[in-house]
Design a protein around this ligand. Structure first.
Ligand code: ACM
Ligand code: ZN
Length: 757
């Protein structure tokens, strides 16, 4: 429990009950997401075989959930009685619809809410007050003890989502249920089910059987990372789909956990699988294959009437299956190449009086929106639906940063926040080199936890349009259910707290200790979470041109032990107490220990103590806030970032800008050697510059921009100059060329250590 809230509790205790400290022990209520307010009493409630429960029809779902949880977990069958049961569900309409009060006394548990959904969240909190062993039925006592508390709680945001892409890889119906279960436990209420993709169509549509026969299967799949050239394939047919019966079962299962499913049917892009089944839906009418590798494809739906007839037919079936208000229609990443050379699409532009293909995209989205509105539904789309104008009633899902959200909210549209920087759970969560393969990027737990879904550009009034946020799980690199769990947990725990808990109750150190405790529950649920809690984070710090290395770990009450000779630390190694002075190149090796054993992985960092370390550095542009690493100083801290990834704290990212870096060595020094390092991940829109210049004595370096290596390191030897200043001018690569991922957008520049000797 966070100190501030503890003080709050104690004060509340005194005020409300006039009790002394012995009646108000400092209780730890380890609930995720953090509750709004909690009081503790020095007492407990015991659930045993004679415990009774009373509830009205209003609370049927939540009461049934509680009964089965206790029965399956412990074998204790709560006896249902008409009234005055010792566990009571009470209706109180003054409580917000998703809020609840939970009061546990010596002889009563009261769950008070205005709706079954609110009561359900009270039950989820009660569940977390019970031992984790109930989760898998390994609880072996005949009494469940629950500490006496009074909790009042309600969510911060109405939209608390998780997304899952089943197009790139698909998962069993049981797994979809498990995913929904975990969401419900964390009080999340929207499951965004991404059902159609270039690489596979996963929803049965009875009117169009070739979607099942052809679009649901690809011949083979790319192995390793997209950036590993040349591309290699596994030679195995892959696919499948969810039948309408399975989908109905899942929708009902989700409803019983107050999770609404938003199905996503992608259009006009990401539809190559559908076009493979029905080539007449594309502009060229030619046979294409279900995609075997990842990326953005040019085969998109043509805007002729036949396409809209097809989409309306299949949406009719989708509406039958999914009763929720929202249908997600995609809208993202639709290259306009085919439309530009299609007579049907060009005729459509003319007949509708449109300016260009971007307005044609808007026409497409609006036409589908009209259709769905006429059926009483609302559309959600990725932020590209802002292209060429915004459909009148659309909700925007902002993923390419937050500018789409700002634009939409300012014009009175609802938005859901999923910026890649904080919400893409397909990104790496640790910069360990042995982390399992992921798409790229770097999104550690803490960054998710510190996400604020309200963009700072919005006024208080405008921020009301932000419905909430969601974690996105794109599955190119998640072929198994285990891998999905590894990427999703514990980041989903952090997202649940972002969405449910008030910012004033959030505290990362407190959260981490809750996550550590929550491992038991995840273990019991057989969820394959990632554990990076016992890892070490190191940082170079410069003060008055002196350098130090600082070590930190997340969890409290443990020791960091380290060596400086490259040997592996053990229980007898030096314990870290304060920052380590660095005066020469060295390797720091460290690990986290309790008093018996090493807990996490061994951390190792080589420091290259060159002439730039600790110097003054300025950059004429500010790095993009999502890729600001450890600031400009990180470019001369003696530490190089990952050779293969760009998201760690050593790399700085600039979007489309030319940059100029000035390093002041403090006094004139002999300079013989300068090395610069650029990331070159073209699949992620990142390009090393075509050329750049270093001014020590106007040395100009050009290099070959065709190089496809991920790391472009330029070693400039024999500089042979005396200088106090080093100036580096780096022009941006420019616009991403046709035929490449992100064509037409500005390229990113990513730079890390500048080594000077
Ligand atoms: C997206 O990541 N293409 C929405
Ligand atoms: Zn066309």
């Amino acid at each position: 429990m966070h100190f501030k809230s503890l003080v709050g509790i104690l004060i509340l205790c005194f005020l409300t009950f006039g009790c002394t400290e012995s009646y108000c022990p400092m209780i730890e209520v380890d609930v995720i997401p953090e509750v709004d307010s909690v009081l503790g009493y020095n007492d407990e409630f015991i659930i045993e075989n004679k415990t009774t429960i009373s509830f009205s029809e209003t609370f049927k779902v939540s009461a049934n959930f509680l009964q089965s949880f206790i029965l399956n977990g412990s074998g204790i069958q709560l006896k249902s009685i008409e009234k005055n049961g010792s566990i009571l569900f009470i209706q109180n309409d003054s409580i917000p619809s998703e809020g609840y009060k939970l009061e546990t006394f010596k002889d009563k548990i009261k769950i008070i809410a205005s709706s079954d959904q609110g009561a359900f969240y009270g039950v989820q909190t009660l569940r977390q007050l019970m031992p984790a062993s109930l989760e898998n039925g390994s609880f072996d006592k005949d009494k469940i003890r629950i500490e006496a508390v009074s909790i009042k709680d309600e969510p911060k945001f109405p939209y608390r989502g998780m997304h899952l892409d089943v197009g790139r890889h698909m998962y069993s119906v049981d797994f979809i249920r498990k995913y929904i279960d975990a969401m419900a436990m964390l009080k999340m209420n929207i499951f965004h089910w991404h059902l159609t993709e270039d690489q596979g169509w996963r929803i049965e549509i009875k009117k169009y059987p070739k979607l099942q026969e052809i679009a649901a299967y690809r011949d083979e799949t790319l192995v390793r990372h997209y950036s590993d050239q040349p591309h290699q394939f596994d030679g195995k047919k892959y696919g499948g789909y969810y039948s309408q019966e399975e989908i109905k079962d899942i929708v009902t299962y989700a409803e019983e956990r107050f999770v609404t499913i938003i199905p996503e049917i992608e259009m006009p892009g990401h539809s190559q699988a559908a076009i493979a089944a029905y080539p007449e839906l594309g502009c060229k009418g030619e046979q294409v294959e279900v995609a075997k590798k990842w990326g953005v494809f040019e085969e998109i739906y043509c805007t002729k009437d036949e396409t809209f007839n097809f989409l309306e037919d299949l949406l009719d079936e989708v509406l039958e299956l999914f009763p929720g208000k929202y249908i997600h229609i995609g809208g993202d990443e639709a290259p306009k190449t085919r439309w530009k050379s299609c007579s049907d699409c060009q005729a459509r532009i003319k007949s509708e009086g449109l300016k260009d293909e971007h307005e044609l995209q808007n026409y497409f989205i609006m036409r589908i929106e009209n259709y769905l509105n006429s059926k009483g539904r609302q559309i959600i789309g990725w932020d590209e639906i802002l292209e060429g104008g915004l459909a009148p009633n659309a909700t925007v899902m902002s993923w390419r940063g937050t500018s789409g959200a700002v634009e939409a909210a300012k014009s009175g549209h609802n938005v859901v926040m999923t910026p890649t920087s904080h919400c893409y759970f397909d990104y790496y969560q640790s910069d360990n080199e042995d982390e399992p393969l992921a798409i790229g990027g770097y999104l550690p737990l803490e960054k998710v936890y510190n996400f604020n879904p309200i963009p700072e550009e919005l006024s208080k009034e405008e921020s009301k349009y932000v419905l909430g946020a969601q974690g996105n799980v794109w599955t190119e690199y998640m072929p198994t259910e285990d891998k999905v769990e590894y990427m999703t947990f514990p980041r989903m725990l952090a997202m649940s707290e972002v969405l449910w808990s008030k910012p004033e109750h959030k505290d990362y150190v407190d959260f981490v200790s809750k996550v550590e405790n929550f491992h038991k529950r995840l273990d019991a649920l057989d969820i394959n979470y990632a554990n990076h809690l016992y890892e070490i984070e190191g940082e170079m710090i410069s003060e008055d041109r002196k350098s130090f290395y600082q070590l930190k770990t997340l969890t409290e009450g443990k020791d960091i032990r380290y060596t400086l000779d490259g040997s592996e630390p053990n229980l007898n190694s030096e314990a870290y107490t304060s920052k380590i002075p660095i005066t020469k190149s060295t390797t720091i090796t460290a690990a986290v220990f309790n008093n018996k054993e090493r807990l996490g992985k061994v951390f190792s960092q080589s420091i290259n103590y060159h002439k730039g370390v600790g110097a003054k550095i300025t950059i004429d542009k500010v790095p993009h806030k999502a890729y600001s690493g450890s600031g400009a100083e990180g470019l001369i801290n003696g530490i190089s970032g990952s050779d293969s990834r760009y998201g760690d704290k050593e790399w700085l990212g600039f979007s489309g800008e030319d940059i100029e870096i000035t390093i002041d060595l403090g006094e004139v020094q002999a300079i013989n050697f300068i090395e610069t390092r650029f990331h070159n991940g073209n699949g992620q829109w990142i390009y090393a510059p075509r050329k750049f210049s270093i001014e020590v004595d106007s040395t100009l370096i050009n290099y070959d921009s065709d190089n496809e290596d991920k790391l472009i390191a330029n070693q400039i030897k024999g500089v042979g100059q005396y200088s106090r200043f080093v100036k580096i001018k780096i022009p941006n690569y420019g616009t991403i060329p046709e035929g490449k991922q992100g064509a037409g957008n500005k390229a990113w520049t990513f730079i890390d250590e500048i080594i000077i000797n």
